[in-house]
Design a protein around this ligand. Sequence first.
Ligand SMILES: *Cc1c(COP(=O)(O)O)cnc(C)c1O
Length: 239
Amino acid sequence: MTDRKAQLAANLAQVEERIVSSCVAAGRKREEVTLIVVTKTYPASDVRILHELGVRHVAENRDQDAAPKATACADLSLTWHFVGQLQTNKVRSVTGYADVVQSVDRAKLVTALSAAAVRGERELGCLIQVALDAESGERGERGGVAPDGVEELAAAIGEAPGLRLDGLMTVAPLAGEYAGRQRAAFDRLMEISSRLRAGHPAANMVSAGMSGDLEDAVAAGATHVRVGTAVLGVRPRLG
Ligand SMILES: *Cc1c(COP(=O)(O)O)cnc(C)c1O
């Protein structure tokens, strides 16, 4: 085993242990939580090692980095999640490799993703990114729609050819009433998810929790956690 593989294996084992303990504490089954490894800023060779170690879900946040990486790993059976703020001029590229876009936060993006999915003859999973700290009608600093905008976006995705509404995603806010209160933030996301599922029963994915707060996300009921640093190490640059 190479040094890098041994390091990633050890880190993955630690993250797995944290997920298992959180599931036990919450009375949940381990299978209810999917680990997505956020590979942004790390090379395709790491993605390859992660695949060898059993990882099947990876996430990226910048198309410039993700597109070549996905191409280099096209032979691997991986589900690619796009989790970054997405400009409409990148949609066509992202639709070429992403299976799920977790950062859908405006109607214009829905239209663009739908057109690209139809053109590419694919079905694209969509999560609505919720900005828990955004005021009504506004978007979050790091993307996301205010909670009261979820229903309208859900309807748009539900009607858009080529798109499949899979659920919700959030990043715990750094400011506002939820700053430093991850558990409360994720509980709020679960409430919004319950309301969404009443009208869209298949939209049952809840993507929440990162390296620092995955326990809170599992406790609240998240189905997917997105972990970067705890698996790959501290990123060499901001991403
Ligand atoms: C980078 C990133 C993560 C992973 O964050 P870590 O703290 O490194 O685990 C999760 N979600 C999104 C949207 C990200 O951009």
